[in-house]
Structure formats: structure tokens, C-alpha cells
Design a protein around this ligand. Structure first.
Ligand code: C2E
Ligand code: CA
Ligand code: CA
Ligand code: CA
Length: 279
């Protein structure tokens, strides 16, 4: 009897019902978030071999009235499955471009690049280019300071379309970084065909680089590949000086990770940049 009771529980699982209810609620709240001005951008520093700031990655945060700052892992998939990612992604780009336009008047801040994550779904939309160009037009952002981070999944299907869009944006001065490199499932052949500027070594490899020979080998070959394809290379998720030292010894001289700074508000990043320029 005990056993069948447990069986029944599995079919009428109140926790499953609760999970579904939570998801429906979350989706409704996400639809309101843009109107209610609950989106924020945080910025995480990227540094060169001397530890000087060269740029920042813009990372989306949701300031929920009850739950506080919600992390993207919790809502990006839902934004994508509902199509909301197009409007939210446009908000992110607009916010980053406005920031770049404000920074042009500062000798230090105007040197920084901003890297913006673009969802593959957003990139594949037919009106993606039009929307991006409108944002560029009305923000008047210095586009040479803008990098777009795309992932390998973009190149699995409709590669020619992706390539054409990239070329149009590159003609305006925008650069492209390939995010999470090595975690996708595509072949390497596309690398030679696409107008990329930078490879970003995924943090899963970086964080195990001293413990795992396999990960060290993957990172070494990624650096070699970037060199031979004439691409810049940056390592993300660098948390320790030992990891940074290993990367430098193997030819990677650009870094992002908690060792150099967590994602913070724009005023905090501006303060950090001006503190550094005083030294
Ligand atoms: P990502 O693009 O790979 O971003 C790097 C993530 O690693 C960020 O998480 C960042 O906070 C975290 N990180 C940075 N340094 C370290 C480190 O040293 N150690 C560890 N453990 N983590 C580190 P976050 O901000 O939670 O973002 C997660 C993912 O959400 C991003 O991964 C990206 O895929 C997505 N995302 C964030 N903002 C946007 C956006 O505006 N648009 C789109 N489409 N996706 C976004
Ligand atoms: Ca990224
Ligand atoms: Ca990444
Ligand atoms: Ca990632």
C-alpha cells in the first residue's frame, strides 16, 4: 500500500503543479519588466597583461521588486522561448550604446570597449539588422568600441545569413567575439569562413586548467588556433593568479574574471577606471 501511495504521488505531484504555476507567473512578470523598467546592465572588467582595463562585458540583470537582482541563467531561456529576447536584447544594445556615447568625452572611459551578448535567436530575426542600425543611428555610439558576443550555435544553421549580417555590421566598425568557445558542437571549418575578431576561451576550461591535463590541452590548442587564424584571444572566468600566470605563459594576455572584478553597476565601473588611471 505504501508503494502505490508513492506511485500516486508521482502523478499528482503538487510540487510539479507549483513549478508550472511559478513558470507562468515568471513569464507574466518578464513581459512587464521592460515597461516597469526593471532591467539593469552590469559591467565586468576585461584587462590586459598589466591588469589595465581595456573593456567591459555588459551582463543583464533583472531587478525584481521582491526577489532582488535575478541572474540571467533563470530568465534568458524563458526570454528566448517566448520571443521576448528580441525586445530585451534591443534594450541591452541600446543601453550599452548610450553608455559608449556618454563615455566619448572622457579620456579614460572612451578607450573602453563594451561587449554585448547577442542571443542566436535574436541574431537570426529578419529585422535584426534594421533594429540594430536604428539603435546605432539614434545613440550615435562610437561603433569601433562595440563588440558583439555570439556563440557557435549561430553557425550551425543558416550560416550564410549569419555571415552576411556580420559583414554588414563589420562595415560599420563593429567587432565580433566568439563566446564560450569549445563548448558548442559545430566543426571548426566555419571559423575560417566567418569575420570574427576574437575567441573567448570558456570559463569551464579556464577554471580547470591547472587540475586537468585535458583542459590544459584544449586551452593550448585554442590559443594556437587563434594565433594561426589571426584572432584575438581572451580568457573568461579567471579566478586565481595561478590561472592567469599559466595563461600568460601559454600566450594569452587578455583576461576577464572575478580575479579582476565582478560584474558591477556603471557607477562602480567608472569609479574603478578612474581609480586605476590615478595610479
Ligand atoms: P556568459 O556570456 O558566458 O557570461 C559570463 C558569465 O560568467 C557571467 O554570468 C559572469 O558573471 C560570470 N563570470 C565572470 N567571471 C567569472 C568568474 O571568475 N567565475 C565564475 N564562476 N563566473 C564568472 P552571468 O552574468 O550570470 O550571465 C550568465 C549568462 O547569461 C551569460 O554567460 C550569457 O550567456 C547570458 N547573458 C547575460 N547577459 C545577457 C544579455 O544581455 N543577452 C543575452 N542574450 N545573454 C545574456
Ligand atoms: Ca558572454
Ligand atoms: Ca562566456
Ligand atoms: Ca557561458
Amino acid at each position: 500500500a505504501k508503494g502505490s501511495g508513492r506511485q500516486a504521488l508521482r502523478f499528482f505531484d503538487p510540487s510539479m503543479q507549483a513549478a508550472l504555476h511559478a513558470k507562468v507567473k515568471l513569464e507574466a512578470e518578464l513581459r512587464q519588466a521592460l515597461e516597469n523598467q526593471q532591467w539593469r546592465l552590469h559591467y565586468q572588467p576585461q584587462v590586459d597583461r598589466h591588469g589595465s582595463f581595456t573593456g567591459v562585458e555588459a551582463l543583464l540583470r533583472w531587478e525584481h521588486p521582491e526577489r532582488g537582482l535575478v541572474s540571467p541563467a533563470e530568465f534568458i531561456p524563458l526570454l528566448e522561448s517566448t520571443g521576448l529576447i528580441n525586445d530585451v536584447g534591443e534594450w541591452v544594445l541600446e543601453e550599452a550604446c548610450q553608455q559608449l556615447a556618454r563615455w566619448v568625452y572622457s579620456p579614460q572611459l572612451s578607450q573602453l570597449t563594451i561587449s554585448v551578448n547577442i542571443s542566436p535567436l535574436q541574431f537570426r530575426e529578419t529585422d535584426f539588422l534594421t533594429r540594430v542600425e536604428q539603435v546605432f543611428h539614434h545613440t550615435q555610439a562610437p561603433l569601433a568600441q562595440l563588440k558583439l558576443e555570439v556563440t557557435e550555435s549561430l553557425f550551425v544553421e543558416a550560416r550564410d545569413d549569419a555571415r552576411d549580417k556580420m559583414l554588414s555590421l563589420k562595415a560599420l566598425g563593429v567587432r565580433f567575439s566568439l563566446d564560450d568557445f569549445g563548448t558548442g558542437y559545430s566543426s571548426l571549418a566555419y571559423l575560417a569562413q566567418l569575420p570574427l575578431d576574437q575567441l573567448k576561451i570558456d570559463q569551464s576550461f579556464v577554471q580547470q586548467v591547472l587540475e586537468s591535463k585535458a583542459n590544459a590541452a584544449i586551452v593550448e590548442s585554442t590559443i594556437a588556433l587563434a594565433k594561426s587564424l589571426n584572432l584575438d584571444i581572451i580568457a573568461e572566468g579567471v579566478e586565481t593568479e595561478a590561472q592567469q600566470a599559466w595563461l600568460m605563459a601559454h600566450g594569452c594576455h587578455a583576461f576577464q574574471g572575478y580575479l579582476f572584478g565582478r560584474p558591477v553597476s556603471v557607477s562602480d565601473i567608472e569609479a574603478a577606471v578612474s581609480a586605476q588611471s590615478r595610479h
